[in-house]
Every structure is written in C-alpha cells, then in structure tokens.
Write a protein that binds this ligand. Structure first.
Ligand code: AMP
Ligand code: MG
Length: 330
C-alpha cells in the first residue's frame, strides 16, 4: 500500500471520506499529537486500527467529534461540572470519560461501559471531523509504545505502507497527549495529565482528584499500565538535582565512543554546557511542544539519550514528567 501525505483541502477530505466509509483508517493532525482515525460505529475498522499500531486490545480508544456534535447521542449522564469544564476548555486538549450509551462499537472501549470523548481544537481536525460528521475513534498515529507523532513525517516514519493517507496539518502545537478526565463520579478525576492542568480543572470544577495506579490493582485507565513513548535508542533519566551525575554519565559514555546526547530544557542546557544537546526550550508549553520531536531527533542521532528532568514540576510540567518517565525511565 502506498502512503500519501496531503494537505487538508476539499480533495484530501473527499479521499478521507471514501477511506473511512470503506472501513479504513486515516491519520489526521490534532493540537496534541497526530491521530489514526476510523469510524467509531464500524467494529472491523476499529479493530484494524489496533492491528495497524500493534496496540494491546485492552487499551481503549478516544472518540473524536467536531464541535457541534451532539454528545448526548453517545453518552448518558453529563454532570454539571463536566458541562462547565466543556464550556471552559473545549474544543481543546481535554478528553472526558462518561458512561457510554453503547452506540459506538465495542472495540472502541474494549468492553468498558464508559466512553472517552474529545473535541480537538486543531482547525484541520475540525475540518476532517465535520466533513465526516461521524465519531472517529483514534489513538495516536504511531506504532504502539513508540514516541507519539507530532508531524506528518513522524506518522510516515512509523506507518508507511500500513495506511493510505496522512492529512498534513503541520507540527502539533501542544505536543503531548490530551488530559484524560474521568467524569463518571461526584467530582472529576485526572487519569492522565496533559495541557489542561489540575489547577485549570479545579478553577472551574471546584475540586479535582488524581488517580494513581497502585501495585496489583486493575487500572482505571488501561493505558496507564503500558510503557509508552519510547525512543529506539538507550535512555537514562536523571533528576534536576542529579545534574553532575548526568554530566559524568555523558562524559563517560563519550569517552567510550558512545554517541550520547543530553535532553533537557534551556536553563539546564546552559548549566551542563556540553556539545550534544537536545534542547526542549524554556517554558512548560515549549517543552511539551518539543518533547516528542526531540525524542525522535534523538533516536536518529544518539546511541544514548541522557534526559534531565526540569526543575519545575507543577502545571503543564506534570504531564511532561509523566511522559519523560515513561519514555526514558530506568
Ligand atoms: P492514546 O489514544 O494512546 O492517547 O490513549 C488513550 C488513553 O485514554 C489511554 O490511556 C486509555 O487508557 C484512555 N482511555 C480511553 N478510553 C477510556 C475509558 N473509557 N476509560 C478510561 N480511560 C480511557
Ligand atoms: Mg498513544
């Protein structure tokens, strides 16, 4: 199968529709990462998405809808706090989990009675979803467990020959996956941190819990138990207060002939002052936006990525740290 990369216009949208209507999958941009979408009413098409990615079949997908889609067709019980959060942050990088009406096919939620729904902000994603006027089940458009794609070229690298079409909407601005929020209880509970932060949720909903997976427990968000986002080269992660240890590791590796690169934020880059740096930028937003691009650059040029965690840990950095630990954790 030949994989085409096309800009988003009438012609590529028409092609997308014929692929989706024919039970296929199309990669499309969002403001977080690129998604691989299929018709959420078509069980065979959704199962194909799992197969294309090699995704474990107990890790449910997020359904994407356009901003005028009537959510009550897909879910029951939208609590007041969820309505307020939707008003404040949607369209945007926030996925909300509700009780499912059971209308979408069973493969989407892997048999759970809940459904994760997202309304992306990206203009290209909105055009795609509006053109199809269907709920589109979409995980990230990468091979399972590899670094998520934030450009059409990243998708091509992973899925060339496995899908027909990648809609190119440029580099994703957000850079890390959406915040996943359980909205089935009395108060919202964060299942995965992202760009819509706990502080932002508390400001609207009053309170917000955060779910932590305990050893031996069944995961409330199945994706939690899987290693994710890993580059193909070796990685080592150091805390900010282990800076000297990280530099020692870099020097030791280089003297042994290992092509090591330090992955860190701008402030840390000045402090370590080494030749090979993958600089993530200054602010939390910049760091999130550059993280996967730099991890993918790292796997092209480095044999070893020495990641140093930024000093800040609150807000957006919480989501960044979660990804960094999963990508580079020892
Ligand atoms: P990905 O598509 O790779 O960004 O993964 C989607 C994330 O949403 C995974 O961590 C899933 O476990 C989570 N998710 C999807 N549907 C549900 C659901 N119904 N309940 C809880 N978590 C979900
Ligand atoms: Mg993913």
């Amino acid at each position: 199968m030949r994989t085409e990369i096309l800009p988003i216009d009438e012609k590529s949208l028409r092609l997308s529709k014929s692929i989706i209507d024919g039970g296929g999958a199309v990669a499309f941009p969002t403001e977080t990462v690129y998604g691989l979408g299929a018709n959420a009413f078509d069980n065979t098409a959704v199962e194909k998405v799992f197969a294309i990615k090699g995704r474990p079949n107990d890790n449910p997908l997020i359904v994407h809808v356009h901003k005028d889609y009537d959510l009550s067709e897909l879910v029951t019980e939208i609590p007041e706090y969820a309505q307020a959060l939707a008003k404040a942050y949607l369209p945007g990088p926030l996925t909300m989990v509700y009780k499912s009406r059971g209308k979408v096919c069973p493969a989407v939620s892997c048999g759970l009675d809940t459904l994760a729904v997202r309304v992306p902000l990206h203009d290209g994603a909105q055009k795609f979803l509006k053109y199809l006027n269907l709920p589109i089940a979409a995980p990230s458009a990468n091979i399972s467990k590899h670094v998520s794609p934030v450009t059409a070229q990243h998708v091509f690298f992973d899925l060339d020959g496995r899908i027909e079409l990648i809609l190119d909407g440029g580099k994703c601005s957000g850079g890390i996956e959406s915040t996943v929020l359980d909205c089935t209880g009395e108060k919202p509970v964060i299942l995965r941190s992202g760009l819509v932060t706990r502080e932002m949720i508390e400001a609207v909903a009053g309170s917000c819990g955060e779910y932590v997976l305990k050893e031996g427990e069944k995961a409330r968000s199945p994706g939690m138990k899987y290693k994710h986002y890993s580059p193909s080269c070796d990685t080592k992660l150091f805390r900010f207060d282990e800076l000297e240890k990280a530099v020692d590791e870099y020097n030791k590796s280089r003297s042994k002939g290992v092509e090591a690169y330090v992955l860190c934020d701008d402030k840390t880059a000045e402090l370590v002052n080494v030749d090979n740096v993958l600089n993530l930028g200054k602010t939390g937003e910049q760091i999130a936006s550059n993280l996967y691009d730099k991890l993918r650059e790292g796997e092209r040029c480095a044999q070893l990525i020495i990641a140093i965690a930024p000093e800040e840990h609150g807000g957006v950095m919480k989501g960044v740290m979660n990804r960094l630990i999963k990508a580079c954790g020892n």
